[in-house]
Every structure is written in structure tokens, then in C-alpha cells.
Design a protein around this ligand. Structure first.
Ligand code: NDP
Length: 247
């Protein structure tokens, strides 16, 4: 059931997070939007409310534990509980390792890895106490297959895959009924390529996305499907991409 679920979404200001927020809200979820661009969140929340949905938002930098704790608190203060967290914030400044863009390597680790850890740390005490909860995370096909230029990005997404599987297993073993779903998108048309500063990598990726890219709505509908499953059922892993993209 999606209706009335309280869903925290990180990276909700554009792309996959925005599309998911809009879809879930249209299906009766109460959505809590986080990202750094507050103006974008405000506009998205307003249009959700105008359409009859329920949405609140707060500026969130996932690299800060205190921000993650604060958005979980906002969910509880606004709607009384948290049912789902969608750990979706991420960036993909791809480049060859030989370019030594070490700042970008570390930034990807901070956002794509530590951001996921911070979000889980913020919500886990609630989920353990209420013996229910759903953690959904955006990995990538880059977390399933390595490709040149994506060494660090792929590594961060590979981490998400391993981490989510352990969260699922440990929750099952501990009887806390925490469900997990990991999403592996291929080429989805969002703002993600704007995070690539290496010119050749950007052009190469842009060509792929121009040829194959599909709407983030496709990911949103899969996230909704996962959340909609009965409470005793985990549907765990989804690879979603353009039907004509060979990955
Ligand atoms: P977008 O760039 O459109 O969205 C990324 C979101 O992450 C934005 O809302 C951005 O908001 C947010 N974000 C970035 N840094 C931070 C931060 N430090 N704290 C909080 N929020 C942050 O791209 P997508 O929608 O494509 O990306 C969503 C996820 O999907 C990412 O994890 C990405 O790796 C993954 N993915 C995307 C694919 C694609 O083809 N598009 C393929 C596979 C995976 P703001 O700038 O306002 O903070």
C-alpha cells in the first residue's frame, strides 16, 4: 500500500527523485523532500499540494549526518512517522583515473557512499523500534558492470549494492522487518550528466543518453511498485533501462 505512507526522498530536487516524489504523492503517499536546492524543492512541493497531495521539504546535504537526522525529524513532526526512505541523492563526475580528478573521487564517495550511510543511520533507530520500514536506494547499472571512465562512480554504486543486501539479510535475521529495494537504472534523462566536468567523458555519455535515454518516470513507477508490495514481501533488485540500450 502506498496511500498514507510517509516517504523521505533524498535528491528530490530533480530527475529520479523528483519524478518519484510526484508519482508517490499522486498515489496518496506523504512525501518529505530533501536536497540542497531549496528553491526547487519548494516549487515541487507546491505543485504536489496544488494537485491535492501532501509534501514537505527541507534543505539537505546528505554528507552531513545532522541534515539527515533533521529530515527524519521533519517527517515525524509533520506526519507522525517514517515508513520509507529513498536514498537517491548522487552524482556521476566520470573521468579516466589518469586524469587524477581526486576531488571528484572523494566527492562521489562522500555523497554516493557516505550519504547512503548517513541516511540509513538517521532512519534505522525508527525502523528498528517500530519493527517495520522500507529502505530503497538508487545504485546503477554501473554497480553491476564496470566500464571505463566510471571506476570511482561504479565503485560507489557497487558499494550500495553490497550494503543493501547486507541490510536486507541482517534485518531478516534480527526480525526487524525492514524491507529493501535496490534500483539499477541505465540511461535515464535527468540532470546527472551536468555533474561531469571531464569534457571527453561528458561528450561520450551525452551521446549515449541522446541515443537511448528514457524518462525518470520509468524509475518512479518501479519504486512505487516496490513500496506497494505487501508488508511481508521484499522485491529486492530492479534493473531498468531503455529497451534498446545494450548497457
Ligand atoms: P539528478 O542530477 O537529476 O539528481 C541528483 C539529485 O541528487 C538532485 O536532486 C541533487 O540535488 C541531489 N544531490 C546531489 N548532491 C547532493 C547532496 N550532497 N545532498 C543532497 N542531495 C544531493 O540525477 P538523477 O536523478 O539521475 O540521479 C539520482 C540517482 O540516480 C543518483 O544516485 C544517480 O547516481 C542515480 N543514477 C542515475 C542514472 C541516470 O542515467 N540518470 C543511472 C543510474 C543511476 P541538489 O543539487 O539540489 O542537492
Amino acid at each position: 500500500m502506498i496511500k498514507d505512507k510517509v516517504v523521505v526522498i533524498t535528491g528530490a530536487s530533480s530527475g529520479i527523485g523528483e519524478a518519484t516524489a510526484r508519482l508517490l504523492a499522486s498515489q496518496g503517499a506523504r512525501v518529505v523532500l530533501g536536497a540542497r536546492r531549496e528553491d526547487k524543492l519548494k516549487a515541487i512541493a507546491e505543485t504536489i499540494r496544488q494537485a491535492g497531495g501532501q509534501a514537505v521539504y527541507q534543505e539537505l546535504d546528505v554528507t552531513k549526518q545532522s541534515d539527515n537526522d533533521a529530515i527524519v525529524k521533519l517527517a515525524k513532526d509533520s506526519f507522525g512517522r517514517v515508513d520509507v526512505i529513498f536514498l537517491n541523492a548522487g552524482l556521476m563526475p566520470n573521468s579516466p583515473l589518469s586524469a587524477l580528478r581526486t576531488d571528484e573521487w572523494h566527492r562521489m564517495v562522500d555523497v554516493n557512499v557516505k550519504g547512503v550511510l548517513n541516511g540509513v543511520a538517521a532512519v534505522l533507530p525508527e525502523f528498528i523500534a517500530q519493527k517495520s520500514g522500507h529502505v530503497v536506494a538508487t545504485s546503477s547499472v554501473a554497480g553491476l558492470k564496470a566500464y571505463p571512465g566510471g571506476a570511482v562512480y561504479g565503485g560507489t554504486k557497487w558499494f550500495v549494492r553490497a550494503f543493501m543486501e547486507m541490510l536486507r539479510m541482517e534485518s531478516a535475521m534480527e526480525g526487524t522487518h525492514i524491507r529493501t529495494a535496490t534500483i539499477y537504472p541505465a540511461a535515464i534523462n535527468t540532470e546527472l550528466l551536468e555533474t561531469i566536468s571531464d569534457k571527453a567523458s561528458r561528450e561520450q555519455m551525452q551521446g549515449t543518453y541522446d541515443t537511448y535515454g528514457i524518462s525518470p518516470d520509468r524509475i518512479a513507477s518501479v519504486v512505487a511498485f516496490a513500496i506497494d508490495q505487501p508488508e511481508d514481501t521484499t522485491v529486492n533488485e530492479f534493473t531498468i533501462g531503455p529497451a534498446n540500450q545494450a548497457w
